[in-house]
Design a protein around this ligand. Structure first.
Ligand SMILES: [Zn+2]
Length: 511
């Protein structure tokens, strides 16, 4: 959920296509054979991006993915990953070629069984020319075979893949998939996943969703782990945690499977990790009461290794947490945050990365609601204390959470001022309307996408109020907004009991 690549990438323009790699000549389609080409329709290339306002070349145009079958083999000793990903998609226009986002070395591509040619473009584009043009509405089966060392495959000197002493983590935002499966890498194209990974026996593999079968022994003292996600998700929501883990399974109050996993490297941090992550089912149950029914098929959390990631990510059905959250004892606030994302970010995803407040503002506000629930400080007290913690001349107030810029999507302001904005909306509409707005938002846009303007329109419709001043002031105007004395509890609020844990979590989540 943070990185240095985004800023550099945003400034990038696509370069011309690179070297052409051709499939075995004998297997290519004979020219002019088997090509139904209506005279009127001239197939054209799919666009190399979806026109995201921050990352215009992320994702691709011309097709829509329904499912990824990701079948991998991984060697922890060398970080070598080999894979075959089968993509089920539909052409949404007549296509002469189309792109996938991917950076590992590709060995072959087939489209509907036919060998396809492919080239590289930009820094992460795989440009695929099928043997036969594709027609609008046509079902596509794209099979990509590949291999590489993801930790040594860099874009602008960066890799989103984290190699650890005992395995690896594929956990990142907004880039993650490029290093382990070819995809249409933008939240607007959601799909389901089957993910299976063969590793040396004794190594664990944790991923999203449920295990459709027990780990299966394979030749050569290996074991294949399988995971399945049956609800559509954004590409960056898919994850891998490979290494030495203790897995704890249970059943949640709503009957769903809970799978938690703890790196065996955690040492003295393990009890704090367990005392936080083992509350996942309780927290999801509480959040379901506020935000509507839990949108996915399984629950859980992964406590990553000490040499892994320095943040946490709301990976679908099962967030992954870096070890820093357990440094000073248990911290359920980060568990509240990442699981609130299951509604705000995962089920309802940004339609464009500029709308990141819909993810981070809401997940951060969930922490204030949990504090209120636990008697550790009300949302109002947290608003007052957070507001006072940033002096009026702080750079913090110059970032607009509603449009923070490509290098600012994980700025502290998106989290803290983002939560303050939601509190102001709550004050403007009252509690009953506020929580009805949240539940309607998650219900109407389940497994889909949203924009800040769409959220404002919904909030105005449900509350019957013009909220333009609140949205403009708190999300789109640089500078510290004035808060009247009437909108504060006291002039100098005491530090809420939850403050240090919320602050500790945000120090690792934002930047
Ligand atoms: Zn977050």
């Amino acid at each position: 959920m943070r990185r240095a690549l985004t800023a550099a990438i945003a400034a990038l323009t696509l370069t011309a296509a690179g070297t052409t790699v051709t499939g075995a000549p004998g297997q290519a389609a004979p020219a002019g054979w088997g090509r139904p080409q209506p005279a009127a329709a001239t197939p054209t290339p799919g666009s190399p991006g979806l026109g995201d306002s921050y990352f215009p070349d992320y994702g691709n145009g011309g097709y829509d993915v329904g499912h990824y079958d990701i079948r991998l083999r991984y060697e922890p000793a060398t970080d070598r990953l080999t894979g075959t990903t089968t993509i089920l998609a539909t052409a949404i226009k007549d296509l002469s070629r189309f792109n996938l986002d991917f950076v590992l070395a590709v060995e072959s591509v087939r489209v509907n069984g036919w060998v396809a040619t492919y080239t590289r473009a930009g820094d992460h584009e795989l440009v695929i020319t099928p043997a036969r043009p594709l027609t609008k509405g046509q079902q596509l089966t794209v099979v990509v075979k590949y291999a590489g060392v993801p930790s040594q495959t860099t874009v602008q000197g960066y890799t989103a893949w984290t190699r650890t002493a005992d395995g690896a983590l594929a956990v990142n935002e907004p880039e993650s998939a490029w290093w382990w499966y070819p995809s249409n890498d933008h939240p607007k194209d959601k799909a389901t996943w089957d993910i299976s990974v063969s590793v040396p026996t004794g190594v664990e593999v944790i991923s999203n969703g449920v295990q459709p079968r027990d780990p299966l022994p394979e030749a050569g003292n290996r074991t294949r782990w399988s995971w399945r996600s049956v609800k559509p998700g954004a590409t960056y929501q898919a994850f891998l945690a490979i290494g030495q883990y203790d897995i704890v399974t249970d059943v949640a109050p709503n009957g769903q499977p809970v799978v938690n996993a703890y790196s065996t490297t955690l040492g003295e941090r393990l009890p704090a990790a367990r005392a936080s992550i083992e509350r996942t089912a309780e927290i999801v149950d509480w959040e379901s009461g506020l935000f509507g029914p839990y949108p996915f098929e399984a629950q859980g959390g992964v406590a990553g290794p000490v040499d892994g990631i320095g943040f946490a990510l709301e990976t679908q059905t099962r967030p992954v947490y870096g070890p820093g959250f357990w440094r000073r004892g248990a911290n359920p606030y980060v568990v509240v945050h990442e699981n609130a994302h299951q509604w705000f970010g995962d089920s309802v995803s940004v339609a464009d990365w500029r709308h990141i407040w819909l993810n981070e503002g809401f997940a951060s506000y969930a922490e204030w609601l949990w504090s209120e629930e636990q008697g550790e400080g009300t949302a109002q007290e947290l608003f007052d204390f957070t507001y006072d913690s940033y002096p009026a001349d702080s750079e913090f107030w110059q970032v607009r959470p509603g449009d923070p810029g490509p290098s600012g999507i994980f700025d502290d302001a998106v989290y803290d001022r983002g939560a303050m904005a939601l509190h102001q909306i709550r004050l403007a509409v009252g509690d009953a309307a506020f929580f009805r707005i949240l539940r309607t938002w998650t219900a109407k846009r389940q497994y889909a996408n949203g924009t800040v303007a769409q959220f404002q329109a919904l909030a105005e419709r449900i509350s019957g109020r013009d909220l333009d001043a609140v949205f403009t002031t708190w999300l789109f105007t640089p500078g510290r907004p004035d808060v009247t004395a009437a909108a504060r509890t006291t002039a100098a609020p005491a530090q809420p009991a939850s403050w240090t844990r919320i602050r500790a979590a945000h120090d690792l989540l934002g930047r």
